[in-house]
Design a protein around this ligand. Structure first.
Ligand code: FDM
Ligand code: MG
Length: 192
C-alpha cells in the first residue's frame, strides 16, 4: 500500500527565504527518497479567488479587513480536496504560507484572533511547520505569529534563517529526515 504524503509548511516574514527553502526541501525529498513531491503556495493566485487577492495585493485596492480575510481563507478551502487527494495518493506537499499567515496578517490589523482562526478550522493540518526566523527576538515572539494554541498539534521548528541558504537547508533536511517516518505513520490531521 502506498504510504501517505506529508504536509510540510514554511511560515515566516516576507523575504526571509521561504520560497528558496520550499524549493530546496522539495528537491531534497524527491532526490533522496525518490518520492513524488509538489510545492504549493498561498495565496494561490491562479484561481478566481486568487486573482481577486492578487489584485488587492498589487494595487492595494480597498477591501474590508474581514472580507479580505475570508477570501484568503476561501483560497485555502478551495484547495482542500486537492491537498487531501495529493496526501492520500502518497504525494508530499511543501507549502509556502498557510493558515498561520492568514491569522497573523489579519489579527495584526486588530481583528480578534479567535475569529480569524475559526475560518481555518477543518482544513488539513500540516505535519510539520518550519518557521523561518531572521532573529532570535522573532523566535521568542512567535506566539504573536500563530498563537500558542496553533502550535500544539503540528510540530513547529523555529529555524534561524539568518545564515547561508545551504546552512539553513541542511538543518531543515536533517529535521525532515529525522521526523519523516514517524510523521508518515500518523493519520492526516485537521485544524481544530
Ligand atoms: N497573506 C498571505 C495574508 O495576508 N493572508 C494569508 O492568508 C496569506 C496566505 O499575502 F504579505 C499575505 C502575506 C503577504 C501576501 O504573500 C502575499 P506572498 O507569500 O508574498 O505571495
Ligand atoms: Mg512575498
Amino acid at each position: 500500500m502506498t504510504k501517505r504524503g506529508l504536509f510540510i509548511l514554511f511560515e515566516g516574514a516576507d523575504r526571509v527565504g521561504k520560497s528558496t527553502q520550499v524549493q530546496s526541501l522539495t528537491n531534497h525529498i524527491s532526490n533522496s527518497r525518490n518520492l513524488p513531491t509538489k510545492s504549493l503556495r498561498f495565496p494561490d493566485r491562479t484561481t478566481p479567488i486568487g486573482q481577486i487577492l492578487n489584485q488587492y495585493l498589487q494595487n492595494s485596492t480597498n477591501m474590508d479587513d474581514r472580507a479580505l480575510h475570508l477570501l484568503f481563507s476561501s483560497n485555502r478551502w478551495e484547495a482542500k480536496d486537492s491537498i487531501l487527494e495529493l496526501l492520500n495518493s502518497g504525494t508530499n506537499i511543501v507549502v509556502d504560507r498557510y493558515s498561520y499567515s492568514g491569522v497573523a496578517y489579519t489579527a495584526a490589523k486588530g481583528i480578534d484572533v479567535d475569529w480569524c482562526y475559526s475560518c481555518e478550522s477543518g482544513l488539513p493540518e500540516p505535519d510539520i511547520v518550519f518557521y523561518l526566523s531572521m532573529s532570535t527576538e522573532d523566535a521568542t515572539k512567535r506566539g504573536d505569529y500563530g498563537g500558542e494554541r496553533y502550535e500544539k498539534r503540528p510540530s513547529w521548528k523555529v529555524i534561524n534563517a539568518n545564515r547561508t541558504v545551504e546552512e539553513v537547508s541542511n538543518e531543515i533536511n536533517q529535521i525532515f529526515d529525522f521526523e519523516f517516518e514517524s510523521l508518515q505513520k500518523k493519520p492526516i490531521g485537521t485544524l481544530k
